[in-house]
Design a protein around this ligand. Structure first.
Ligand code: BGC
Length: 669
């Protein structure tokens, strides 16, 4: 076959020596063929996609908070995978550059003497995404679709990868996310039943073609702990992986490893729930509603569990595991800091878990998620997990699916799992927890990116791995000087043992209001006659922030006319829940800066989770504020912001009728 001589050529180092200079690595060193090694990531750097980095840089230029922008600029230096998500992605399309562009750029990024891994995602099976709609693809689950998959998709990709020009790169291919796992858990679903033979044959074909290229590594997608962790899913999954691999020419050797958590947000580790068999209230914690008897709470559990099953199926012990940590950080203010002391099983689990989703099946743009561990080889992890690397397969900031129906020519459909107002039977009749205003799967989703950076764990710039963090001591004696109606001058005393402290983060409540390199800060944009609480944390040059802080409560003076405001409030209710959508318009002639919307619930409703504003509730009174530094912190004259939240109620869900912004009554309409 045509590709076999190319493999042999690619493996011949003598050819590299004979290559003209133009075909050599851009660093000027000979583009020596990369031998196939056990762990391609060991001792290697990984390819940073310049297109994705440019999208991140764009976001950094648009945020007004300099600390946030600085974090984004750290994020953009990380490697992310290149997705071949349709045939046109191979040569390049409106959404991105083609495969050769990336490989050529990878050659320029490769340092002399250091291998470089390009993470590539093979994702175009016939009948793709058979159990969902958001990433349905272009190829039908038919014999003709399979032929196109082979000849128009896999063959051209393999031909490019086999080009001797790229023989000095290591290519790690994530093989077909979600496909084989869907055949384990969703085979009763008609679309998955129809797709099953094409998934098996397509994966076999991809493994064969890519394994034939010595510098390419095949990592089969193996879902995540909250999908396959139960033994009655895990054991058949390992068997299916082995069965499909055995149909290839090289058999099990066509597979280098497995990648878990692709594009998902399941944590690497549940630090406060280390033992799934521990009992609370007489029952093992794995029997809590959230875990549904699954032993595997996180991806370290799942990789270890899966590896042992794979070895039992005949895969070698050297089979390596990758974990997609791009969005499984779960940091931010909502992250628990200790194990719950509750004696109620479900309360104990819900208070202790860092995964803030209300159900482990919630996969679409989950609110509250953050960037996870930075990509790196052989990360510290239990040996049983056999990790080759942490990788970022899903580029943070790219949507999982549209939150409303958006027509497109990519085959992608509207999946209600991406709709924040949808109560899903797949999630035990709970809200999806998806982010609102999401674009089509794969498109840049800036507001989600901002949240992912904010909620990163380990924090961005805070030293990684987290054990590197040595937090400086907090300053003391935060004091307010000159309180006016719209600003407060703050000063504090640096701790005497603040060795290495280079600055301070100043929070208003839990929101970062600014940074200072001296022991003073003026908080502006406040509202007259309003109570605020401030805290200050110390920070070192690496961005490590002190856990403890200096606190101050202060009330501003005077009265102030914030201009006019108009509110349109609507709510969709069901049994005990509702979604409230609010349009807040500045009807005045001056910008509405640092606005604070307040209203009272009429009959005991509570705010659960909101968007585009920071929500709090005291008794019946609800307060929503623009996030300082974010796009909606200031509402221009005549402009409207769309904000909202999910709430719960028992009884009638009467809408509030009176609204005020920063103390001034708003008109309704
Ligand atoms: C989408 C792809 C996209 C990928 C990475 C998937 O959910 O279907 O089109 O390339 O995510 O963002």
């Amino acid at each position: 076959m045509l590709k076999i001589p190319q493999r042999l050529l690619a493996a011949t180092t003598a050819l590299a020596v004979a290559l003209p200079l133009t075909l050599m690595g851009v660093t000027g060193t000979a583009n020596a063929a990369e031998p196939h090694v056990d762990n391609p990531y060991a001792g290697a750097t990984q390819y940073v996609n310049p297109t994705w980095a440019a999208a991140v840089e764009g976001a950094a230029t648009r945020v007004s908070d300099p600390a946030l922008a600085a974090k984004m600029r750290l994020v953009k230096t990380n490697p992310t995978a290149v997705w071949m998500d349709r045939i046109s992605a191979i040569t390049g399309n409106a959404d991105g550059k083609g495969l050769r562009f990336h490989l050529d750029n990878a050659l320029t990024q490769k340092q002399s003497g250091t291998p470089l891994v390009v993470n590539l995602v093979i994702y175009d099976l016939p009948g793709r995404d058979c159990y969902a709609l958001a990433s349905n693809g272009e190829l039908p689950a038919t014999a003709a679709g399979l032929t196109r998959y082979k000849t128009e998709y896999i063959d051209p990709i393999a031909a490019i990868l086999a080009d001797p020009k790229y023989q000095g790169l290591r290519i790690a291919a994530t093989i077909e996310p979600d496909s084989l796992p869907n055949l384990i858990t969703n085979i009763s679903h008609p679309e998955c039943q129809t797709a099953a033979p094409f998934y098996r044959e397509g994966v076999k074909y991809a493994l064969d073609k890519l394994h034939a290229i010595p510098n390419v590594y095949n990592y089969i997608d193996a879902a995540h702990s909250g999908w396959l962790g139960w033994d009655n899913n895990a054991t058949p999954a390992a068997k299916l992986f082995a069965d499909v691999a055995r149909t290839t020419q090289a058999g099990l050797a066509s597979v280098d490893g497995f990648v878990t958590n692709t594009a998902n947000t399941t944590p690497l580790e549940e630090p406060y729930l280390p033992n799934s068999s521990l009992t609370v209230g007489g029952a093992p914690i794995r029997s809590a509603s959230y875990y549904e008897w699954n032993f595997d709470f996180d991806e370290l559990d799942w990789t270890a569990h899966l590896h042992s099953l794979l070895v039992a199926e005949g895969f070698p012990a050297s089979t390596g595991m990758l974990i997609d940590t791009s969005r499984n950080g779960w940091g931010g203010a909502a992250r628990p800091t200790a194990t719950s002391t509750s004696t109620d099983l479900n309360t104990y689990v819900n208070q202790s878990k860092v995964d803030r989703r209300n159900h482990r099946g919630a996969w679409c743009n989950p609110l509250g998620a953050g960037i996870g561990e930075r990509p790196r080889a052989t990360p510290p992890a239990p040996a049983a997990s056999h990790l080759d690397a942490f990788v970022w397969i899903k580029p943070p900031g790219e949507s999982d699916g549209a939150s409303t129906d958006i027509p497109n020519d990519e085959g992608k459909r509207f999946d209600r799992m991406c709709d924040p107002t949808f109560v899903s039977p797949k999630l035990g009749n709970q809200l999806t927890g998806a982010s609102p205003d999401a674009p089509l799967a794969g498109r840049w989703f800036e507001s989600q990116f901002i949240e992912l950076v904010r909620n990163a764990y380990p924090v961005i710039g805070g030293g990684n791995p987290p054990t590197d963090i040595v937090a400086p001591s907090a300053p003391t004696g935060l004091q307010a000087g000159s309180v006016t109606n719209t600003s407060v001058a703050l000063t504090w005393t640096p701790s005497t043992d603040n060795v290495g402290v280079t600055g301070y983060d100043i929070y208003r409540g839990t929101t970062l209001a600014g940074t200072s390199s001296t022991a003073s800060f003026t908080a502006t944009g406040l509202t007259a006659s309003t109570a605020y609480s401030f805290t200050v944390r110390a920070k070192d040059a690496a961005g490590n922030v002190s856990a403890s802080s200096a606190a101050l409560a202060v009330t501003t003076s005077g009265t102030q006319s914030p201009g006019g405001c108009k509110v349109a409030y609507s709510a969709n209710s069901w049994n005990t829940g509702f979604t409230a959508s609010i349009k807040l318009t500045n009807t005045g002639t001056t910008p509405l800066a640092d606005w604070r919307l307040t209203f009272d619930f009429a009959n005991g409703q509570t705010v659960q989770q909101g968007w585009n504003a920071v929500w709090s509730q005291a008794g019946a009174t609800v307060t929503g504020t623009g996030t300082p530094g974010s796009w909606n912190a200031t509402i221009a004259p005549g402009a409207t912001v769309d904000i909202g939240f999910n709430g719960s109620h028992s009884g009638t869900n009467t809408n509030p009728t009176a609204f005020a912004v920063s103390g001034k009554t708003c008109t309704i309409g």
